[in-house]
Design a protein around this ligand. Structure first.
Ligand code: ADP
Ligand code: MG
Ligand code: ZN
Length: 624
């Protein structure tokens, strides 16, 4: 049962989106119901539910002068009032069995009031028949509203696609920083939509579907919109999760509706965001209700097969889980082209920052380059967010332009959580943190391969009591053994500093040890960097590693090898710990001074530390 106002109307020409007709329709139904109920009440008032008597009885009462007044209803029924001997009244009804022509004469002779009434118009009968149904729908609607929390009862089968029109402010490729390869691939799609004849004449086959694959926030949605903007065609935007409802069949019907809309508006782009929400491998359902998802997916496959690129409809989709997609989706004739949307590198991060900085008043001293360097591993969405946070900081401080300090604060908040200035920390704890962080920081200046330090702070952020942040010159895609060794030594800086100063360590080292161990294990198992193990990869990483988050390694080696791996990892770590101890013991005076300075200033930048100790920066030393 699917009430469907899917009435083949052309999508309205409103700029924003196909209007949500569902809510208006439900309102009309609701009003109708109220009015109908009122009508019933009014009518009930006029009804005479008296005793049912035989026509012959009625005649007898008339003869006996016991009838006070009557109404003749629809020429077939008589309602009236009887008056008894003692004056008591009683209502009655009776049916007129045949056209008794003498009746009216007789009644008027007796002086009985007669009134003709017409009730049951045909319209009223229809309403009476329909009313229970309407009422049923109404109840259903209420239930659905409750279960879904929004207003789409009567527009279930509609696609809900957002439609971006030509007159709207468009995104273009200019709004997307970097992503050169992705833009290059998509430019062909744009070219086709602008000039299909060129391709058709040459007999070239244009991909029907293009799948944008990349981590969250890398700009997939932005790219899809830019394609529509560049090609200047209508753009239907729908998210995979919009197809999924609790009622079976709804998703499939939405898919149908979406593709119908697309066909009517060709040339156009249909964009299905978060494709994995519907496109998961069939039969791998989790929980209940995967039947519904399978139906939706099947419908999508059918629709994609059902039309030709010649129709001028191109389907874009985006996902960050290509690994879970049903293989059928990736077959030729469907999403047969995949475009990788990568995380931005340093230069791209800078460009992204510039694009977003152009929208707010930014102080001329702000160094986008430096910020880009200080934000490794962030996505375009993170950076857009960073600029916004910085602007909020500036407003909070009553500034008219956003200064570098605002961006620094925003960066720290983004990468490390909110500063917890109000967190109650005892003086001793603060001192221990200062030593710990000074230990990390100092090692940056005494290790040849270490990245330069960006800053060190003992302002607590998120879970951390303090932080020493490094600033890699460029994004590394591979690391050398010596860099990795130095990195692990730095991780032991806090541990070593605490032991040297206090003769014991605190629980504040947990995160450092965990990271160091993880890195050492990868050095041993993945990169062949443990001499005792040799250049062998141990343990297969379970596919997919695309998201890089949950790498599960399954053991494909013996128990004996496992012990050797454990020993090799421990060796790497022990060596690094020793190096950290040696350096910090040798420079204990620097450690003391740096910790003292941190206690007073709380945050120190690379420059501050360099001037304190007269260190020369590595790039200067090598003349870069
Ligand atoms: P995804 O769909 O891949 O999760 P979005 O396209 O929604 O990411 O990106 C979110 C926001 O991040 C965009 O609206 C934009 O402001 C910003 N952004 C992401 N990548 C870029 C980029 N390459 N250039 C400019 N802005 C970007
Ligand atoms: Mg997106
Ligand atoms: Zn630490």
């Amino acid at each position: 049962m699917q009430p469907d106002d899917n009435d083949n109307k052309q999508p309205s020409r409103k700029p924003d989106q196909v209007p949500p007709r569902g809510s208006r329709f439900s309102l009309i139904v609701f009003m109708t119901l109220i009015m109908a109920s009122l009508a019933i009440l009014v009518f009930d008032g006029g009804q005479n539910d008296g005793r049912r008597i035989l026509y012959s009885e009625f005649i007898a009462y008339v003869e006996a002068d016991q009838v006070a007044s009557i109404q003749i209803v629809d020429q077939s029924q008589i309602r009236g009032v009887l008056v008894g001997e003692s004056g008591q009244t009683q209502k009655f009804t009776t049916l007129i069995p045949y056209a008794d022509l003498g009746l009216l004469d007789k009644l008027s002779q007796k002086g009985i009031e007669i009134e003709g009434v017409e009730t049951q118009t045909s319209l009223w009968r229809v309403v009476q028949a329909i009313l229970p149904w309407l009422f049923g729908f109404f109840i259903l609607w209420v239930i659905m509203r409750q279960t879904q929390g929004n207003n789409k009862a009567f527009s279930f089968g509609k696609s809900k696609a957002k439609r971006y029109q030509q007159n709207e402010k468009k995104s273009t490729f200019k709004d997307v920083a970097g992503q050169v390869e992705a833009k290059y691939e998509l430019a062909e799609v744009v070219d086709y939509l602008k000039n299909p004849q060129k391709f058709v004449k040459m007999g070239a086959r244009i991909p029907k579907g293009v799948l944008l694959v990349g981590m969250p926030g890398t700009g997939k949605t932005l790219l899809a919109k830019a394609v529509a903007g560049e090609a200047n065609v209508p753009f239907f935007h729908m998210s995979g999760s919009d197809f999924v409802e609790m009622f079976v069949g709804v998703g499939a019907s939405r898919v149908r509706d979406l593709f119908d809309q697309g066909r009517r508006s060709a040339p156009c782009i249909i964009f299905i965001d978060e494709l994995d929400a519907v496109g998961r491998t069939r039969g791998a359902g989790y929980g209940g209700g995967h039947d519904e998802r399978e139906q939706t997916l099947n419908q999508m496959l059918v629709e994609m097969d059902g039309f030709d690129t010649k129709d001028g409809v191109i389907i874009l989709a985006a996902t960050n889980r290509p690994d879970v997609l049903d293989p059928a989706l990736l077959r030729p004739g469907r999403f047969d082209r995949q475009v990788m949307v990568a995380m931005p590198d340093v230069k791209e991060r800078e460009d992204i920052l510039r694009i977003h900085m152009a929208k707010v008043p930014v102080d001329p001293d702000v160094d986008a380059r430096k910020l880009a360097k200080a934000t490794p591993g962030t996505s375009g969405a993170d950076l857009a967010n960073l600029v916004n946070e910085a602007t909020l900081f500036a407003i909070r401080h009553g500034r008219t332009s956003v200064i570098m300090g605002d961006f620094e604060d925003a960066r720290d908040k983004l990468l490390m959580g909110i500063a917890r200035a109000s967190m109650a920390i005892s003086e001793e704890e603060k001192k221990a943190t200062a030593y710990h962080e000074a230990g990390h920081a100092l090692l940056h200046y005494h290790l040849p391969k270490a990245d330069p330090l960006h800053k060190v702070t003992i302002v607590p952020r998120g879970k951390a009591l303090g932080l020493a942040v490094s600033l890699p010159e460029k994004d590394a895609h591979s690391w050398s053994l010596s860099w990795l060794r130095d990195r692990i030594v730095i991780m032991y800086g806090g541990y070593a500093a605490e032991s040297i100063v206090y003769g014991e360590t605190t629980t504040g080292t947990a995160q450092d040890l965990k990271q160091a161990t993880e890195l050492a294990r990868r050095m041993a198992c993945e990169w062949g960097m443990a001499p005792d193990l040799g250049p062998i990869a141990y343990g297969q990483e379970d596919e997919p590693i695309f998201l890089g988050k949950e790498i599960a390694r399954h053991k494909d080696y013996s128990e004996e090898t496992a012990q050797r791996i454990d020993r090799a990892v421990a060796d790497i770590l022990e060596e690094a710990k020793k190096a950290a101890f040696d350096i910090l013991t040798k420079h204990k005076d620097q450690l003391e001074r740096l910790a003292d300075e941190l206690m007073q200033k709380e945050t120190l930048l690379d420059e501050d530390i360099k001037t304190m100790f007269g260190f020369v920066s590595k790039s200067e030393a090598t003349g870069e």
